[in-house]
Design a binder for this molecule. Structure first.
Ligand code: MG
Length: 401
C-alpha cells in the first residue's frame, strides 16, 4: 500500500439511492459533538477555554481544522472521551470520515501524527458521472467518488487488522459528510446558508438591500485571490458584502485596493469602515449595531464575528431539515432537504454497536449549529434535529464482516 494507488472499484456499481425513514445524528453520537469553538456539547467534557493548557496549547485562541494545534485538541478530546466512558482499554486506532481533502484530510494526518494512533481516513464525494473509483495514499487516506464505497473501505480495514472495537475512536465530520452528502445533497446546505445571509441583509438593510449586487460582490470576493483580506472566512465575506451594499465603501474602491495590494487583512477593512462611519453617521441604527458587534468580536479574536448572520443560518438550516413529507421521492428529498447520509449512518451505528467511541467533530460555527439562548421557541440543536435518511444501504456488506 505504498504510494498513491488509483483503482477502479470492483464491482463498479452505481449507487441506487433509497429512503430509510427519519433519523438524527444523535442516534449514533449522542451529545458527543464538538463544533468550531471546541466546546463540547456534552458538558461532562471540558472545552478549549478551560483545558487549553492540558491540550498543550499556548493560548485559548481557536485553531482551525487544518492547523496542527487542532490535532492536539482533538487528540485530547478522544482520550478524555475514552476515560469518560470508562473503557477498559486505551485507544489504539482512530478512523476519520470526511468530505474535503484539504480540511478533513489534513486534520486526519495531523491527528495521526500527534496522537500516534493507528489511523485510516475516508474522504467521500459522489461523482455520478465518473466510474466508481478510489485512491489510497501512504498515510491511509482513502478518497472515493461514491459514498457507498464506505462498505469497501471498512471491509479493507478489517482485512488489514483494524479492531474496530472499544479501542477505536471514530471522528465524523458533519457538514457534507453525515449531513448533506458532498456531490449528492450538499447544495441544500449552501442554499440554507444563503437563505440565512439574505434574511440577515433584509433585516439590516430593509428595502435598500440590493440582492443582485450582493451576489455579484460575493461571487467575486469569494475567489482565492482575495483570501488575503477575506481569509476565506464566510463571516468576513458576508460583512464585507453588507458594507458594499450600502455604498459606504464601493466595490470599485475595494477592487482598487485589492489590486494594488493595499488591503492586507480584514482588520484593515473594518477600520476603514469605522472611519467612513464617523463621517456618515446617518446610515441607520441596524447597520451601526451590526458593525459594532462584528468589530468587537474581531477584536476579541473570535473567528465567527458575524453572529447575527450565523443565527439566521442556524434557523434556515433547521428549516431545511425534515421539512419534506415522508412520501416525498428520493429525488425531491435530495433536492429540497438536508438529509442524513445513509451510508455514514449505517456505518456509524454499526461501529457504535461494536463499542467504538464516536465523536462528531465539525468546524461549523456553534452559532450556526445550536440554538441561541435568546432565540424564541424550542429549536433543536443540529445533531438532534430529525431529518430523512437517504442513500445506498451498505448493511449487507456490514453484516458480512
Ligand atoms: Mg465537511
Amino acid at each position: 500500500m505504498s504510494s498513491t494507488a488509483s483503482v477502479l472499484a470492483s464491482p463498479p456499481e452505481i449507487a441506487s439511492y433509497a429512503k430509510f425513514g427519519r433519523g438524527r445524528l444523535a442516534d449514533f453520537s449522542g451529545d458527543m459533538v464538538i463544533y468550531r469553538n471546541l466546546e463540547p456539547v456534552d458538558k461532562r467534557l471540558p472545552g478549549l477555554r478551560t483545558a487549553y493548557l492540558d491540550m498543550e496549547l499556548r493560548t485559548e485562541q481557536i485553531p482551525r481544522k487544518q492547523d496542527p494545534d487542532y490535532a492536539k485538541a482533538a487528540t485530547w478530546f478522544l482520550h478524555k472521551i475514552q476515560e469518560l466512558r470508562r473503557a477498559k482499554q486505551p485507544l489504539r486506532e482512530m478512523i476519520f470520515l470526511g468530505d474535503t481533502l484539504f480540511n478533513d484530510g489534513q486534520a486526519y494526518r495531523n491527528i495521526v501524527a500527534f496522537s500516534r494512533l493507528r489511523g485510516a481516513c475516508f474522504i467521500g464525494a459522489e461523482r455520478d458521472e465518473q466510474a466508481a473509483a478510489f485512491t489510497l495514499d501512504d498515510g491511509g487516506v482513502y478518497t472515493a467518488n461514491r459514498w457507498q464505497m464506505l462498505a469497501d473501505w471498512v471491509t479493507m480495514l478489517r482485512q488489514e487488522g483494524f479492531a474496530l472495537d472499544q479501542r477505536t475512536a471514530v471522528i465524523i465530520d458533519i457538514d457534507k459528510t453525515a449531513l448533506g452528502a458532498k456531490g449528492r445533497n450538499d447544495k441544500v446546505i449552501d442554499r440554507a446558508r444563503l437563505t440565512g445571509i439574505f434574511r440577515t441583509m433584509d433585516s439590516v438593510l430593509g428595502e435598500k438591500f440590493d440582492r443582485a449586487a450582493f451576489e455579484r460582490h460575493y461571487n467575486e470576493l469569494n475567489r482565492a485571490r482575495y483570501h488575503q483580506f477575506t481569509a476565506d472566512n464566510q463571516d468576513y465575506l458576508a460583512y464585507i458584502c453588507l458594507v458594499l451594499n450600502t455604498n459606504l465603501i464601493t466595490f470599485d474602491e475595494v477592487l482598487e485596493e485589492a489590486n494594488t495590494n493595499s488591503l492586507d487583512n480584514f482588520e484593515q477593512f473594518i477600520r476603514w469602515v469605522n472611519s467612513r462611519m464617523m463621517i456618515n453617521p446617518a446610515l441607520g441604527e441596524q447597520l451601526q449595531e451590526t458593525h459594532e458587534a462584528v468589530l468587537s468580536s474581531v477584536q476579541n479574536g473570535d473567528p465567527t464575528p458575524f453572529k447575527r448572520f450565523r443565527r439566521q443560518e442556524f434557523i434556515s438550516t433547521l428549516e431545511y431539515m425534515g421539512n419534506l413529507e415522508d412520501d416525498a421521492t428520493v429525488a425531491e428529498l435530495l433536492a429540497g432537504e438536508i438529509t442524513i447520509t445513509e451510508e455514514v449512518y449505517e456505518l456509524a451505528m454499526w461501529l457504535k454497536a461494536r463499542d467504538c467511541a464516536i465523536l462528531c467533530l465539525s468546524d461549523k460555527p456553534d452559532e450556526a449549529s445550536t440554538p441561541d439562548r435568546r432565540s424564541a421557541g424550542n429549536l433543536a440543536p443540529l445533531h438532534r434535529a430529525e431529518t430523512h435518511r437517504v442513500g445506498g444501504s451498505i448493511q449487507e456488506a456490514l453484516e458480512r464482516l
